[in-house]
Design a protein around this ligand. Structure first.
Ligand SMILES: Cc1cc2nc3c(=O)[nH]c(=O)nc-3n(C[C@H](O)[C@H](O)[C@H](O)COP(=O)(O)O)c2cc1C
Length: 211
């Protein structure tokens, strides 16, 4: 994938070790369905969570993980690039090539702390650092309960720098009938913020009236 910076339909998606693997999978599927090229970063803990919550045991090898995901989602392999955590030659590592939009979903409190403090200790953290320094859009779909004072301080610092902190907290006013409906609620809000058209959930005041 050589033209990330030039192609507006390219995005970076990161999965970390917070609960909520179905959000990350559904978001990936929707981005590819919208014909976005996705650079996917997966932390070690995210692979544990994905296996625990979804039964999908992803390889630590980026090429093998890509093949598994393409088969699982039945998606276009040309639109997916899985990046290794030390792949410093990936476009996401440099402001000269990185996509201008990045979503971390689900986002652990560990990654919140690392990004808040600009550690850049692996490719995922570096990609988040690059998007911020290039004044791009960074959305962190955080999940923990309750939040500690330290978590809140880190998220406050990120929010002050223009990062969107979006808690994985689906609403119930669309009367969800299934877990998929709850997942789609969150994914729809993320797509809205990315300005990607979606019809996953009826829009308040347009498609839905209380009975
Ligand atoms: C099944 C499972 C669920 C977890 N859920 C959360 C969570 O909801 N929020 C969180 O901050 N950490 C959670 N953790 C702990 C993180 O995975 C752990 O802190 C890890 O070091 C985060 O690393 P990462 O940010 O590099 O992915 C969970 C771990 C496991 C195994």
């Amino acid at each position: 994938m050589s033209d990330s910076a030039l192609n507006p339909r390219t995005i970076t998606l990161a999965w970390t070790g917070a609960s909520g693997a179905p959000y990350g999978l559904r978001l990936l599927q929707q981005l590819i369905a919208a014909e976005y090229r996705v650079n996917l970063l997966i932390s070690s803990a995210a692979r544990v969570v994905l296996a625990t919550e979804h039964g999908l045991k992803l390889s630590g090898n980026p090429e093998k993980a890509k093949a598994q995901l393409v088969a699982h989602l039945e998606c276009d392999s040309a639109l997916l690039e899985v990046c290794g955590k030390d792949d410093w030659f990936s476009p996401v590592a440099s402001g000269s090539a990185a996509p201008k939009q990045m979503v971390i979903c689900p986002c652990s409190m560990g990654t919140v702390a690392s990004v808040a403090h600009g550690l850049s200790d692996n490719l995922l953290q570096r990609a988040a650092d690059v998007v911020q320094k290039e004044r791009g859009q960074l959305i962190m779909v955080v999940r923990e309960t309750p939040f500690s004072t330290q978590h809140l301080a880190n998220m406050h610092a990120l929010s002050q720098r223009g990062v969107t902190i979006m808690p994985a907290a689906p609403g119930f006013y669309h009367q969800p009938q299934s877990i998929d409906d709850l997942v789609d609620f969150m994914v729809a809000r993320i797509l809205d913020h990315l300005k990607i058209e979606q019809v996953l959930v009826p829009r308040w005041g347009y498609d839905q009236r209380s009975s």
